[in-house]
Write a protein that binds this ligand. Sequence first.
Ligand SMILES: Nc1ncnc2c1ncn2[C@@H]1O[C@H](COP(=O)(O)OP(=O)(O)OP(=O)(O)O)[C@@H](O)[C@H]1O
Length: 615
Amino acid sequence: MEEQKKTQGEAGGDSLFDGGFDTAVPERPWATLKRLWHTAQDQHLRLLVVVLSVVCYTALAIAAPYYSAGIVDLLWENIQRAQGLGEAFVVTWRQGGREIFVLLLLYLGSWGFYTLQSYLMVGFAEQLNLRLRREMSEKLHRLPLSYLDSHQTGATLSHFTNDMDKMSEAMQYGILRLVTSVVLIVGSVVMMFRFNVVMTLLFLVFTLLSMVVTKLFSGVTLRRASRRQQALSQVTGLVEEAYSGRVVIKAFCREQASAGEIHRATEELAQATEKADFMMNAINPTVRLVNRLGQMGIAVFAGWQLLSGQLTVGVFQAFFQYVNQSAEPLTEASYVINSMQSALASAERVYRLLDAPEERPNPALPQRVDRARGQVEFRHVSFGYTPDRPLMKDISFAARPGQKVAIVGATGAGKTTLINLLMRFYEVDGGQILLDGVDTAAMTRENLRDNFGMVLQDTWLFDGTIAENIAYGKPEATREEIIAAARTARVDFFVRTMPKGYDTVLGGEAENLSVGQRQLLTIARVVLRDPPVLILDEATSSVDTRTEIEIGKAMQALMRGRTSFVIAHRLSTIVDADLILVMDQGNIMEQGTHRALLAAGGAYAALYNSQFAGS
Ligand SMILES: Nc1ncnc2c1ncn2[C@@H]1O[C@H](COP(=O)(O)OP(=O)(O)OP(=O)(O)O)[C@@H](O)[C@H]1O
């Protein structure tokens, strides 16, 4: 449920600056900020330059209007004097020119510092993202499978994409906006007070009013944005479901029902988006309207003071420069604050991933087993995925080098779990697993897994050539070695029929590989690596009989001379096994050879007889 909520929030998390409103709120904003500060420790100098640049920018931005007031008054006086004398008005270097030049420098300086701080912050944000992305990708490899198994892929991936984007945007734009706005507003208001108290009070009253309006609007906006996020994640979920279940949907002729559901969800999304976007678009004009009304009031008052000689033209225009300078950031305040909140919430999610408990560290003085003979033993092993639900209570068996061990049992019996423990994807709770007499817990995981080769039903091929895919476990393999492995795996023939043979790129062109061909390729991969112990998950129903025979032969060739663990789905293929483990509810019910188990007349015999009763 918790996870569902999390992904929903993430799925719909539009960026603020695209006009979206994010509802995510950080749980511990100050602690997260402190941690971000720590993560960016190699960039503190850059931040110091940014701070200096912000100070210079705001100082210039506050000084420029004040300075301009004097210039305008000076020019105004000169114009009037020239008119009084009937002369043409000219600006010379001594009379106004120098001041205009200085004003130009002030404006240019403030532009320059603004550009500098933006440039530095873009670099800062990207460097920070780079660091976090690197830490996350390293972390992913240190996380135990239990973490990855219990977290949705989409949610984990969104830390690399959505969360990073939000943080980057907030840092490039949000932080600067926030800091410069606060300083600019405070500075401008101080200057405004120096010019005219009544006009400043008038401005503050209308500013307060526009803030109240913003607050009212943002409450409704947040609610509507949240509804839109829910609707969006529902549509995403349904489309994903329709895509992944496309074969079943077609087989049951449920296309119309599925399309209907998506249609309904998209209609809801359209309505929710309409409402949310209307609110989003309505905020700015409304706040601006309030601001304009305020400015009108100030203008009328200022005009009256101007006419009565209590205000100069220069101060009049300078005052309005300050009004504009402060009104704009105030209008955007709620967006900026929201963006900062959502970025901090993203940072929290990223740190939560980085803080997740890791695999138990490898032993400090590990024992090594280089190229095992293949003696594998389980001694009183117990295990549960969760501490409160033990699955395996006391498992013991031994396989001698070169033996074929078949694992059978109904679905959920614990066959995969046994392999998970053997490979140390999960750690045992009690007992020992030994490889050539060495406790696997005393070895490093890398050393242990170097001794194993796995062929799973879920084949995994990556974007790359067939040759690269076969050489995945031994990148330095020569072309001859790759071809020899392909021959053993009975894959050479069909690879040669492909347009570019071993250089055919999978990925774009991988769709034209059948499930069986994909599996043969993964067998070739293991053949090339030549491990002493094998784990094979027998193909079930997704391949045709001829391919199944091919795979069977390839597996036979692979198993020769190696200890092999075969998760068997058809009892016919395991009659020659040296040891059959019959599993049920996580435990081994019976073990022995096919003959011995049949003779014992227990669960295996019953299963065997039921499978072959009709044949
Ligand atoms: N990652 C996991 N977290 C919690 N429970 C799990 C996990 N993986 C498996 N289980 C549970 O452990 C039990 C054994 O599952 P396992 O996958 O080992 O069975 P299996 O014999 O391989 O089944 P199948 O033939 O369907 O693959 C099941 O009850 C299953 O629900």
